[in-house]
Design a protein around this ligand. Structure first.
Ligand code: PGA
Length: 262
């Protein structure tokens, strides 16, 4: 695992954008699927990608995208569905075709079936080259709450009250946050070629430390990154504050060989 500690969230956004831009530019006419996260953490990266598209000609033509998760029960088109959020925050502003952006169908009459269908869709649309991830204060990735099987597949999960209250800021009130979601499982996420987790702010410091340096455990779902062959954690100083090996990660970055991947 590579841990990249940077001074500010803006620096983190640029590094995550660099990683995505590199695979997009390097696709050389081959099909490419990227995995996108919603939430606040990747927004600066998405703004940077939009800027590069507008000012530097970065093209996403032909790229396919899969989302991590979706609320259950919000009607299609609801502004807080993640399908709408990703349109608003990224895909409406770049040259990716809207039908090539996929997310679980949270409005389906049978969400359990929708989860199975999405698992198949991710498998058939992939392989996901790069999966962007945020992390919840409780260590969740996607909406895999603590206790999620480390090999789980896409399924319906029940949100913790902490996650519902963390996300209440996007809704009129805490009671409006759905209780259930469809989320890619930890095993599903782990099939991506490169996992890029980004976080900033002190509220994420404990979760980041548990994910990177704590035991591999379903109690911290993000710790599953420790099993992945290519995981990058991009955090600002505040989110890195509880990392015991922070100096080593900085040292490693400073002394990286030209072709040393991670
Ligand atoms: P955030 O959420 O990016 O809005 O902090 C991350 C998460 O809960 O996975």
């Amino acid at each position: 695992m590579e841990v990249v500690i940077l001074p500010t969230p803006a620096h983190c956004g640029r590094v995550v954008a660099d990683i995505l831009a590199r695979v997009v530019e390097g696709r050389a006419g081959q099909p490419l699927t990227v995995g996108l996260a919603t939430g606040g953490s990747p927004l600066l990266a998405y703004r940077e990608l939009i800027r590069r598209h507008r000012e530097e000609g970065l093209s996403f033509a032909g790229v396919r995208a899969v989302l991590l998760d979706e609320y259950v029960g919000l009607p299609v088109g609801h502004p807080q569905t993640y399908r709408e959020v990703i349109r608003r925050e990224l895909t409406d502003h770049i040259d990716i075709d809207d039908p090539d952006v996929h997310g679980p169908d949270g409005a389906a009459p049978d969400p359990l079936q929708a989860a199975v269908a999405y698992e198949h869709l991710v498998r058939d649309t992939g392989p996901v080259a790069v999966q962007v991830l945020g992390i919840g204060a409780n260590g969740h990735i996607g909406f895999n709450e603590p206790g999620s099987s480390l090999r789980s597949r896409t399924r319906v999960k029940t949100l913790t009250e902490q996650t519902r209250s963390d996300n209440a800021r996007f809704f009129d009130g805490p009671d409006d946050v759905p209780r259930h979601v469809v989320t890619q499982g930890l095993g599903t996420i782990g099939r991506a070629g490169h996992l890029v987790l980004t976080a900033f702010g002190s509220s994420k410091a404990d979760a980041v430390a548990a994910a990177v340096e704590g035991p591999l455990t379903a109690s911290c779902p993000a710790s599953v990154l420790q099993l992945h062959r290519h995981a990058t954690v991009v955090v600002d100083e505040e989110a890195a504050a509880a990392l015991e090996r922070a100096d080593y990660y900085r040292y490693t970055l400073l002394h990286k060989l030209a072709n040393q991947p991670h």
